[in-house]
Design a protein around this ligand. Structure first.
Ligand code: NAD
Length: 346
């Protein structure tokens, strides 16, 4: 259900950062399946990376993997003129809130310094481009709704919401967003940003909530739930995120931000119940989710509720999520049940 204008992407050289990770690997697979785009996948291959995610396209002549850490300023500066990309989509980031609370430094390095190095290299690159190549160049920065902080019972985040990051992860992403805007404004780099709600889908690293829940139910192990389980997230199936990114990259207005959400607000406790029901259906079992839940002390500074108002991307670019949560979670659960132990230990 990925649909995009292949003509726009055919023969474009696209540098994708973080392509051995969850979301960017879906992006690369979809783009190479549906177009003649030429993809350069740059990743440092950190703990959450897995090149098996892109194994189906590794022999495609339009695909090249580059093992590089964005923290290495000189290497990235050297690389860009060799590739001469038409588009850059920047996914690479340390992405797990819990890890950012335990060890914030790597988040500052990868998410802030890494983005700074990339922007500076782009500034250098664009000086080497002729006016036509420069005019068509775009840099798309992939960010999160967590930069907006935490909502109470009512209201939604939108492009107009003030930044209020509350974890080291969201603060590092907020910083990178500001760098991107500033480099766009000061150095006329053609930038666009997206801020998306929580993604889920096949191949997500099993430190994130949904794969943890699926894995623990399958293994009949306790499911750790922070606090009282009433924290709410707005879940978006990864393919819907990819469709939004492909649309924004082609048609989004330069200098703009687009908020992307699933309109799927679900509390953590309800999420466990839904997933448990799905696994019961699939395996003809009768696991009682209440028995598996183990409430654990709340995450430090745990944001209460995220919810996105996606009107801008819907009205201006015609994007709509295509998957209901029921459809998306079915695909996700089936994938983990099938691939448990094969590709991924959960
Ligand atoms: N997962 C979500 O729910 C979600 C929601 C909204 C936005 N985002 C954003 O989307 C992007 C991708 O998220 P994800 O869930 O796929 O993350 P992920 O952790 O699965 O993958 C991130 C990838 O980036 C790479 N990386 C990190 N630092 C790097 C560096 N310094 N140099 C090169 N590569 C580096 C990692 O090795 C990894 O392969 C992130 O920017 C994240 O903030 C994620």
């Amino acid at each position: 259900m990925i649909s995009f204008n292949r003509k726009y992407y055919n023969n474009k050289k696209i540098l994708v950062t973080g392509g051995a990770g969850f979301i960017a690997s879906h992006f690369i697979n979809s783009l190479l399946k549906g177009s003649q785009a030429i993809i350069f996948n740059l990743d440092k291959l950190g703990y959450a990376s897995d090149l098996n995610r892109v194994t189906g396209i590794k022999n495609n002549s339009n695909y090249k993997f580059i093992n590089l850490d964005l923290v290495d300023k000189n290497k990235i500066k050297e690389l860009l003129p060799n590739i001469q990309p038409d588009l850059i989509v920047h996914f690479a980031a340390e992405s797990h809130v819990d890890k950012s609370i335990l060890n914030p430094e790597i988040f500052i390095e990868s998410n802030i310094l890494g983005t700074f190095n990339l922007l500076e290299s782009i500034r250098n690159l664009l000086n080497l481009y002729d006016s036509k190549k420069r005019k068509n160049f775009k840099f798309l920065h992939i960010s999160t709704d967590e930069v907006y902080g935490s909502l109470g019972k009512d209201g939604f985040f939108s492009e107009k919401t003030s930044y209020d990051p509350r974890s080291p992860y969201s603060a590092s992403k907020a910083s990178s967003d500001h760098l991107v805007s500033a480099w766009g404004n000061t150095y006329s780099i053609p930038v666009i940003k997206t801020n998306c709600s929580n993604n889920y889908g096949p191949w997500q690293f099993p430190e994130k909530l949904i794969p943890v829940v699926i894995g623990n139910i399958i293994k009949n192990q306790k499911i750790p739930i922070y606090g009282d389980g009433t924290n709410i997230r707005d879940w978006l199936f990864v393919d819907d995120h990819i469709n939004a990114i492909l649309l924004v990259l082609e048609k989004g207005e330069l200098g703009n931000t687009y908020c992307i959400g699933g309109n799927n607000e679900i509390s953590n406790i309800k999420l466990v119940e839904i997933i448990c029901n799905e696994i019961n259906k699939l395996n003809a079992k009768n696991i009682t989710f209440e028995k598996l839940i183990e409430f654990v002390p709340d995450r430090l500074g745990h944001d209460k509720r995220y919810a996105i108002d996606s009107s801008k991307i819907k009205n201006e670019l015609g994007w709509e999520p295509k998957f209901t949560f029921k459809e998306g979670i079915k695909i996700t659960v089936e994938w983990y049940v099938k691939n448990l132990g094969k590709f991924m230990e959960i």
